[in-house]
Design a protein around this ligand. Structure first.
Ligand code: IPE
Ligand code: IPE
Ligand code: MG
Length: 232
C-alpha cells in the first residue's frame, strides 16, 4: 500500500456471504462461518499493519436469532473458540478487543470470556477490534436512550455517542461483502456520513488485496458532509 494514501481511521465491515460461499462448495453453512473467522484474523492483522485504528465487524445481528438453532449455536461456539484461539495474536499485535451488542440471550460462559479478553487487551494497544455481536442498530439507539435516562442526562447530537455500547469515532468507510446493497441494522447512528463500498466477493474470499481496493476507492471519493462541491 502506497504511503500517500489516506487510511481511514475507522473501517466497519458487514462480513456477509459465508453461507453462499459454503453452498457453492457443497459444504454446510458452518464451514463458511469457520472460513469467515480465518478471513477476520488476516484482516485484523493487516489493518493493524497499515495503521487503521478501529475495525468494527458485524458478526451476529439481533435478527440472526431467526436462523436454525443449529446455526445459531454453531455461531455462538465459533465466537467462543475465536476468543480463545486469537488471544495470543491480539496481544502480540497490540489489538484491543471489544464487543458491541446486547447481553440478553448470550450465555454467561461467553459473556465471561468476552469480558476477560476485553480487560486483558485494554492495557496497551495500537488498534481496536470492535465485534458487533448480538448487535442491532435500533437496539443500540434504544439502549443508549435508556442509559441516558437512567443517568438523567440530556441527549444532544454531540454527546449521543457516549451512551452507545462503545464510544469510538464514527467509521469513515463501511464495506459490505457478497454484493448486498443494504445496511441490515448495522451502526445506524454512526454511519450517517460513512462512505459505502460494496464488493461481490464473499467474506471467506475477502483478503488484503480486496481491502486495498476498498481503500483506493475511498481515496477517490469526495466527502462533502452536506457542503457544496466548491466549498473547499
Ligand atoms: C454472514 O454470512 C455471517 C452471519 C450473518 C453470521 P451469512 O451467514 O449471512 O451468509 P449468506 O448471506 O447466507 O451467504
Ligand atoms: C448481516 O448479514 C449480519 C451479519 C453480517 C452478521 P445478514 O446476512 O444477516 O443480513 P441480511 O439478512 O442479508 O439482511
Ligand atoms: Mg447474509
Amino acid at each position: 500500500m502506497e504511503k500517500t494514501l489516506n487510511i481511514p481511521k475507522h473501517i466497519a465491515i458487514i462480513m456477509d456471504g459465508n453461507g453462499r460461499w459454503a453452498k457453492a462448495k457443497n459444504r454446510p453453512r458452518v464451514f463458511g462461518h469457520k472460513a469467515g473467522a480465518d478471513t477476520l484474523r488476516k484482516i485484523v492483522k493487516y489493518c493493524g499493519n497499515i495503521g487503521v485504528e478501529y475495525l468494527t465487524v458485524y458478526a451476529f445481528s439481533t435478527e440472526n436469532w431467526k436462523r436454525s438453532q443449529e446455526e445459531v449455536s454453531a455461531l455462538m461456539t465459533l465466537f467462543k473458540t475465536y476468543i480463545n484461539s486469537e488471544r495470543k495474536m491480539l496481544l502480540e499485535n497490540k489489538v484491543r478487543f471489544m464487543v458491541s451488542g446486547r447481553k440478553e440471550g448470550v450465555s454467561k460462559n461467553l459473556l465471561d470470556a468476552i469480558e476477560k479478553l476485553e480487560n486483558e487487551t485494554s492495557k496497551e494497544y495500537k488498534m481496536t477490534l470492535n465485534i458487533a455481536f448480538n448487535y442491532g442498530g435500533r437496539a443500540e439507539i434504544i439502549d443508549a436512550i435508556k442509559k441516558a435516562r437512567e443517568l438523567d442526562e440530556e441527549i444532544t447530537e454531540e454527546n449521543f455517542s457516549k451512551f452507545l455500547y462503545n464510544d469510538i469515532p464514527d467509521p469513515e468507510l463501511i464495506i459490505r461483502t457478497s454484493g448486498e446493497f443494504r445496511i441490515s441494522n448495522f451502526l445506524l447512528w454512526q454511519l450517517a456520513y460513512s462512505e459505502i463500498y460494496i464488493t461481490d466477493v464473499y467474506w471467506p474470499d475477502f483478503n488484503e488485496e480486496e481491502l486495498d481496493k476498498a481503500i483506493y476507492s475511498y481515496n477517490k471519493r469526495e466527502r462533502r458532509f452536506g457542503g457544496r462541491i466548491d466549498d473547499k
